[in-house]
Design a protein around this ligand. Structure first.
Ligand SMILES: Nc1nc2c(c(=O)[nH]1)N[C@H]1C(S)=C(S)[C@@H](COP(=O)(O)O)O[C@H]1N2
Ligand SMILES: [Mo]
Length: 214
């Protein structure tokens, strides 16, 4: 009886100890410096999305992982936010000649794909968005470069114009690979898939060091 009493007290102690140590992250104000590097601002972007800013209702929002996976998955916004958080300082460069350096925060796409189980035939990741936009990247690029799906920039939740709930951080690639308002990630074996701008003459490879056009 004494032993049981001791166990109960110990567990209450442990549980309360754990919860009081949890860090509750509040949505802060925008930061302009990270480890000594000056950041650009969320407001430095030029908004010229194909159909203008999209408003996503988070209550009926889902992120789907489909295609060449062992088990297709569907995540709510909260489920994505509960995953391991990663941060990266990356500059986005649009072919129109502007660039913005931002501290991005989100999850690793690799971890979502591994959770769904990547089939051997898959070699391409196709991304779809709520405005009908799409783009694609080689699977190896996504796996080898720790590519992020971001929900915060400079410490602030992405605003609607910036792609809320999620924007792809396609580092070292031109801005048209940085799809906003992502709704679906499909694994495919079609390495020639062409997204919105790619099918209109922009280079499917999109390396910053390469050519902008086909
Ligand atoms: N869904 C969606 N994502 C998109 C686009 C778009 O039109 N729709 N435009 C792309 C382009 S061309 C660029 S340069 C980046 C950043 O564009 P922004 O400044 O309009 O955010 O978003 C990319 N992602
Ligand atoms: Mo762009």
């Amino acid at each position: 009886m004494k032993k049981l009493f001791f166990i109960v007290i110990l567990s209450v102690f442990l549980i309360s100890g754990c919860t009081s140590n949890n860090i509750i992250t509040l949505n802060g104000t925008e930061i302009n410096n990270y480890n000594g590097t000056r950041l650009d601002s969320i407001n430095d972007f030029r908004e010229n999305s194909i159909k203008g800013p999209q408003t996503v209702n988070i209550d009926n929002y889902n992120l789907k992982i489909t295609g060449l996976v062992n088990n297709p998955l569907t995540y709510s916004y909260e489920e994505i936010l509960s995953k391991q958080v990663y941060k990266k300082l990356v500059q986005i460069n649009c072919v129109e000649g502007w660039s913005v350096k931002i501290l991005w925060e989100g999850i690793l796409i690799k971890e979502l794909l591994e959770e769904a189980g990547i089939k051997d035939e898959a070699n391409t990741v196709i991304f779809y968005a709520s405005d009908g936009y799409s783009t694609s990247l080689p699977l190896n690029y996504v796996l080898d470069n720790n590519i992020l799906l971001a929900y915060k920039m400079n410490n602030v939740t992405l605003p609607a114009e910036r792609g809320y709930p999620f924007q792809l951080v396609a580092e070292d690639k031109w801005g048209y690979k940085w799809i906003k308002w992502v709704t679906e990630i499909e694994l495919s074996d079609n390495s020639n898939y062409e997204g919105y701008w790619e099918s209109r003459g922009y280079n499917n490879n999109a390396d910053l060091s390469g050519s902008k056009f086909n």
